[in-house]
Design a protein around this ligand. Sequence first.
Ligand code: C2E
Ligand code: CA
Ligand code: CA
Length: 537
Amino acid sequence: MNQIRMSEQDLLVSFETALEQDYIFVCYQPKINHATGRMIGAEALMRWKDPVNGMQYPSDFIPVLEKNTLIPKADLHVFEDVCKFQKKCLDENIPTVPISFNMSRYDIFHSDYVGKIEQIRQKYRVPVNLLHVEITESSAIGGSELVSRVLNHLHVLGYTVEMDDFGSGYSSLNVLKDLEVDVIKLDMRFLSGGIGGRSGMIISSVIQMSKWLDTPVIAEGVETEEQADFMKSIGCSYIQGYLYSKPLPEQEFIEKLKHTQHEPVARTINLIESMDAGRFWNPQSLETLIFNHYVGGAAIFTYQDGILNLLRVNQKYQTELGMHMCEKEVLTSDPWESFDENNKKIYQKTIQKAIQTREEESCETWRTVCSKICGEDRICIRTDMRMIGRAGEEYIFYAMVRNITAEKKRFDELAESERRFRFASEQVNVYAWEYEFSTRQMRPCFRCIRDLNVPVLVENYPEPLFDSGLFPMDYYDMYHEMLRKIETGEVDEIEEIIPLSIARIPFHVRYTLERDENGKPLKAYGSAAMVVDNSET
Ligand code: C2E
Ligand code: CA
Ligand code: CA
């Protein structure tokens, strides 16, 4: 059908017929919890489809109706349709949600408007909790006596009041202070320049403020996943917009109701104050600078019922994880994919601990990464994470990651050589240790620790071993002379027989010098092997 914009005159002439013939009707737009995908409510929006001129837009016909004092009549018509709809759902066991209707500022001035809607509601016996009122910020401006009285009346009757178009006017904050509203609707379309600029900061401070007021926020006009994720990351997961659904005709909305799970609006949006995740979206903010340049690999993710969802990662995150993907690909892939069961458990445990302690918690997990170029690879990632926010049962985390595969491998190699060394010394009855000159620290082998009670690290070597009696005091001077020769580099190897331990068993004590690249003495490797008396054989 052609769409022809009707003139004011035509609209006025057709108005009564349009009401009678239901050319004026209602569409419903779902409100969704982006964190769970469940429906929390819907908004009733007026539509006018003229049989000759086709669809007329609210932005065109509503001002005309307002100007000609016809809007209260149109709005009562919409309200009655909504009541009929809810009644039908209740009668036919269609699972429904609270539906909000728009109240124009002309309705507020209309005598006993609230009395009239209450009559209609009672006629259809719709529970008041299934009906929400949307009042625009501009109609509340001035916070006049009258507006307060109407709002109060609505509250007394049990209606939930939503402040529409919050952020569109200049006096938003004052309005909020003066009027008690139950829900704030923040229109993303009023925020020019997207979420990256100043807007991101404005939105996140509105969310902070709504938290202090304990008032839930619904973001409307949300068209992209990016906007929705951003809102979620700053603690607002209630979304209305084309991203989830356009306003739907009644029948289609009923189908939607039947096939979507529902949940009530909760008041527990709680973001930890010290951390303003919203600022990570502002490219000029210090946080973003830090996020991108100084912190190394970092990510913001959410966690709920075992599901991990990456909201944001920086460039270094991808480098650390050796990913050849763009940010969008990283964000849409399942983070658990690279974990095996065991490592997943380790990671989940750390998340749980971070939720409990609210402190930074760390873990090391192995992951399998794949790339077209290098094939499959195992990498070890150290993660330091901290919970920065919570929305219902969903937790928001900030995580720093570091690829420690190389360190791990080196450590494993060391452990392996240590293990071999231990076996070897076990075989030959040798005690061994390392002595570093600059620190005067001595590190004994496993057998020294086990058999001779030598501490894992001996400071101020060799004094404590004389004190403990392991070295006999009468060898004190001789032993120091031996160390002096090796420490000064006078000799590269030196050996003496010294009776060791309380039992005074003679040992070949031997030192081998290690020098640095300039030939300067660095440390000595010591060993003690029992003097074998061969005379019996
Ligand atoms: P509103 O109350 O702020 O309603 C939201 C408007 O945003 C609707 O436009 C909706 O279709 C549109 N919208 C929803 N999601 C998106 C999105 O993601 N992107 C974009 N670009 N738009 C989105 P609609 O239906 O054209 O209504 C326009 C305005 O007309 C409404 O703004 C409201 O102020 C007024 N209006 C609509 N129905 C009624 C009514 O029954 N009574 C009164 N008094 N006013 C109404
Ligand atoms: Ca509205
Ligand atoms: Ca709005």
